[in-house]
Design a binder for this molecule. Sequence first.
Ligand code: 15L
Length: 269
Amino acid sequence: MTDRRPLLLTGAAGLLGRWLRPRLIEKYGALRSSDVVEFGPALPNEEIVIADVADATSVDRLVAGTGRIIHFGGISYETTFDKLLQANFAGTYNVFEAARRHEAGPIVYASSNHAIGFYASGEHLDASVPQRPDTLYGVSKAFGEDLASFFADKYGMDIACLRIGTARPDPIDPRHLSTWQSYEDLLRLIEACFAAERLGCTILYGVSNNDRSWWSNKLNPHVDYRPQDNAEAFADKLLPDGDKRDFTDPAVKYQGGPFVANGYAPRRR
Ligand code: 15L
């Protein structure tokens, strides 16, 4: 796949965005990086555009002339529906719709494990499982996946939805032994998506090669993702006395961890 148009990265000011920017330039050349907040300075071969993904006109300008898109913009935590409605629901629609109009793509979209956070810890999932969002934030990510399915089926677009687990330099919590994805593996996953012949709408789990992973990408071998890191290397440090966690605690019981516990109040019957 040779596409000389700049790659567009939204959410470029975030932790993942900052780590990815130089590596994306090295791999794909020209980069257009965007976020709603000021950041910089621009790297060689990088153009910085400050834009709010909730604003359709700005997004149209942002997407025009770009090729591959990594849509990591929006809100990455639980907050009010109103804020999510703008940044995530409308924001993701604006990016996909502008990509359709400008024939940009393929798109790698940051979904989240919180689209399936209400599955029990230890339950093994593949890409075919129904969504079970654990927060309104998770609902916004589930919506993004549905939108990807719609744009792929209706307009033949290629969109990979990454259900990213916990992308950070090291695992720092026992839950991360299952959910961790190293930055290097996240980059490998993005590269594998862009190297795929066709994506249609592909759901993938953003997770390293963890011994305790709950998630499998086996249904999507057309994306040749080979994670190299394994959270197990941190197990002794994170669980020095074995696993003594309380599995009745919703933050432990369910895959979404603290996001599930946030406001968890099921009605008693
Ligand atoms: C996410 O979706 C969040 O954006 C990230 O900050 C982590 O909390 C991660 O999920 C997680 O589940 O660990």
